[in-house]
Design a binder for this molecule. Structure first.
Ligand SMILES: Cc1ncc(COP(=O)(O)O)c(C=O)c1O
Length: 364
């Protein structure tokens, strides 16, 4: 599998012949929602076992043509990423820690036996697309969500790593993921359906993980919850993560506790929040957390706040859990002080409202 960088890491821009009229675009940007509006272009590259990565460009966003036997349609050989471009106070645009997404994308590619796109090509592709569709980057608090992905395109009905693949980045102006849920979200504790098991693909960002989680998410909705909280597959006892977010707890003695990596996604937001913890008087701790500890801690006040992190969700306060064993209310059922402070600091960094002392912003 080629990991040679794309020559010169170039994604030449071939402008669409049918750009969205500016007035229509501005109308869409006024209320983009989440994940339903798409920009005019995509970044793309093709990979074959013989040639490695080639045919790189930013070009018109058009429907894909795939053979009905394309491997991704049968064996789910697919990986993706999610990151955002943020409008800065001076009108420029910045990405948030895209190097971490590039590294995770490479990790996912190895796990799914897909070709590894070199990190510099990943960042170049994303940057080239944002430049081409710069007019689609909304004003805060909205941002431009970027979805890089690789799919196995080879037409072959046999189970082996495909010898042809396509990388694309599509972009979607996005408002808050949980619009109207600023007062906090409620999670359904899934004590039967698991998302990932040791040795599986839980730490890769592949479509199959999400397909496997949808039934649990539907169950969460049936129980009037916003999302699901997955437990470990072996004992159904240890907290893992939510459908699209990592989970963190604040304790009364000043710890910010989160489950360790392994079967969960190594979230960029999770990592960033752990790095910001000390500035909020919190000690970051990665260790297993049981459901019993969650229940008892929320009941006796030793767990004061719970929140979830993700690129799309940013930081979402979790104010309650529901489960077959009963409900749990966190604190007084409203977003916690630390949660709100971390949320505010993260947004200030992403939207360029404070100096970038950690080198987390990449100007496009
Ligand atoms: C399963 C899962 N966990 C955690 C996260 C949070 O990761 P990040 O902060 O990198 O967006 C996501 C979102 O990408 C996710 O899909």
């Amino acid at each position: 599998m080629s990991s040679r960088p794309i020559a010169q890491a170039r994604f030449p821009h071939v402008a669409t012949a049918n750009p969205t009229p500016a007035a229509q675009r501005d109308g869409l940007l006024a209320d983009p929602g989440f994940g339903r509006v798409f920009t005019d272009h995509v970044a793309t590259a093709t990979w074959t076992a013989g040639e490695g990565w080639h045919d790189t460009a930013v070009r018109a966003a058009e429907p894909l043509t795939l053979h009905p036997a394309a491997a991704v349609l049968h064996y789910a050989q697919e990986i993706f990423e999610g990151l955002k471009a943020y409008r800065q106070p001076d009108g420029s645009v910045a990405l948030f820690r895209p190097d971490l997404n590039a590294a995770r994308f490479a990790h996912s590619a190895r796990r799914l036996a897909l070709p590894v796109l070199p990190a510099e090509s990943f960042v170049e592709a994303v940057t080239a697309l944002v430049r081409a569709d710069e007019a689609w980057v909304p004003e805060p608090p909205a941002s431009l969500y970027l979805r890089p992905f690789t799919v196995a395109t080879e037409a072959f009905l046999g189970v082996r790593p495909a010898e042809e693949a396509r990388f694309l980045v599509t972009a979607s102006p996005a408002g808050p993921l949980f619009a109207g849920r600023e007062a906090g979200v409620t999670l359904w504790i899934s004590d039967t359906l698991s998302r990932a098991a040791p040795g599986g693909t839980g730490d890769a960002k592949c479509g199959g993980n999400y397909a496997a989680g949808l039934a649990a998410q539907a169950l969460a909705k049936e129980h009037a919850c916003d999302q699901v909280l997955f437990l470990d597959a072996r004992e159904h006892r240890w907290l893992e993560e939510s459908g699209t977010m990592n989970v963190l707890l604040v304790t009364a003695d000043g710890e910010l506790v989160t489950p360790p990596l392994g079967t969960i996604l190594d979230g960029v937001t999770r990592r960033s929040v752990l790095e910001l913890a000390a500035g909020h008087g919190l000690t970051a701790v990665e260790r297993p957390i049981s459901v019993e500890e969650l229940r008892a801690g929320c009941a006796d006040g030793s767990i004061t706040e719970v929140f979830a992190t993700g690129t799309a969700a940013v930081i979402s306060p979790i104010v309650a859990f529901r489960s077959t064993a009963g409900d749990v209310v966190v604190g007084d059922g409203t977003p916690g002080e630390r949660t709100l402070a971390l949320h505010a600091e993260l947004l200030d960094i992403q939207f360029g409202r404070v100096p970038d002392t950690r080198g987390w912003r990449l100007s496009v």
